[in-house]
Design a protein around this ligand. Structure first.
Ligand code: ADP
Length: 264
């Protein structure tokens, strides 16, 4: 099923979680970024179009200014994101630059998705970038957002993006192989769920454990994202971005993951 959804998709949104972007020491992971960029280049050479949603501004900020690690004040957090976003995009530009691909940045807030004119402009910008072979990289504009007006997590942001761009597939890359019946980090006997035809019955069968590391949303926001895109006829794949040549392996049917089947 994973092989089939990737084969059938031309327009793919890929979301990268903070845990995937960061190494164990909390620093940003340029090897992962290079690996992703070269696999995106391969997919694009085969006619696919890619939009990325990248978390990691805080992680990148802390990699640059680790003396701010203990500052919890909101102004410092937002300032850290302003610093980290530049660092993050600098790393993405290096990664994609080495495979000859340009990138473009879109920083969005919840309000952008509520305003018709802004939505139209975002859509046109994304279409133009992609048509020109540029990879748009989207993140929430954390330096201007505050809790009440935030989308709050990039799982939901990537779902909004997939719907806005009329994508054929949303791929969420995380540090686990997919959704399990219980938290695999706590329970070694947790069972991977390969296919989800019905979110409601999934919710009744699994236990959602806590999020660790730098993650913000955990499995709950991944299920919200699945709810959104599958109701628009877009399937979603949750997979592990920590495995070697993960996109190739997923496309070749040799890596496991969880596919949420499109409903409409
Ligand atoms: P990311 O930063 O990649 O978006 P998160 O850390 O927010 O990822 O969420 C993924 C984490 O959710 C996993 O590392 C895992 O420990 C945790 N988790 C809790 N319950 C489950 C479950 N039932 N199935 C899979 N993962 C789970």
């Amino acid at each position: 099923m994973i092989k089939k959804v990737i084969a059938e998709a031309r327009k793919i949104v890929i979301k990268i979680g903070s845990n995937t972007l960061a190494k164990a020491d909390g620093k940003i992971n340029p090897d992962f970024m290079a690996e992703l960029a070269s696999q995106c280049a391969d997919l694009m050479a085969r006619g696919k179009q890619i939009v990325l949603v990248s978390s990691g501004a805080q992680v990148a900020g802390l990699s640059t200014l680790d003396r701010w690690a203990r500052k919890k004040d909101i102004h410092y957090r937002q300032a850290l994101c302003a610093i980290g976003q530049v660092e993050l995009m600098d790393n993405w530009r290096n990664a994609f630059g080495s495979v000859g691909i340009h990138i473009g940045q879109l920083l969005l807030t919840k309000e952008d998705f509520l305003d018709d004119q802004r939505t139209l402009n975002m859509r046109n910008t994304i279409f133009t970038l992609v048509d020109e072979g540029v990879v748009p990289i989207i993140n929430e504009n954390d330096s201007v957002s505050y809790d009440e007006i935030k989308i709050g997590d990039n799982d939901n942001l990537s779902a909004h993006t997939a719907i806005l761009w009329s994508a054929d597939l949303l791929i969420l890359l995380s540090d686990i192989d997919g959704v399990y019946d219980k938290n695999p980090k706590e329970f070694p006997d947790a069972r991977l769920i390969g296919e989800v035809p019905d979110l409601e019955s999934l919710r009744n069968t699994i236990t959602i454990g806590s999020t660790n590391g730098f993650g913000t949303g955990g499995i709950a926001t991944k299920l919200e994202a699945a709810e959104k895109v599958t109701s628009y006829g877009i399937p979603m794949l949750l997979a592990n971005g920590g495995r070697p040549r993960f996109l190739e392996a997923l496309a070749g049917g040799t890596q496991e993951g969880t596919v949420f089947l499109a409903r409409a």
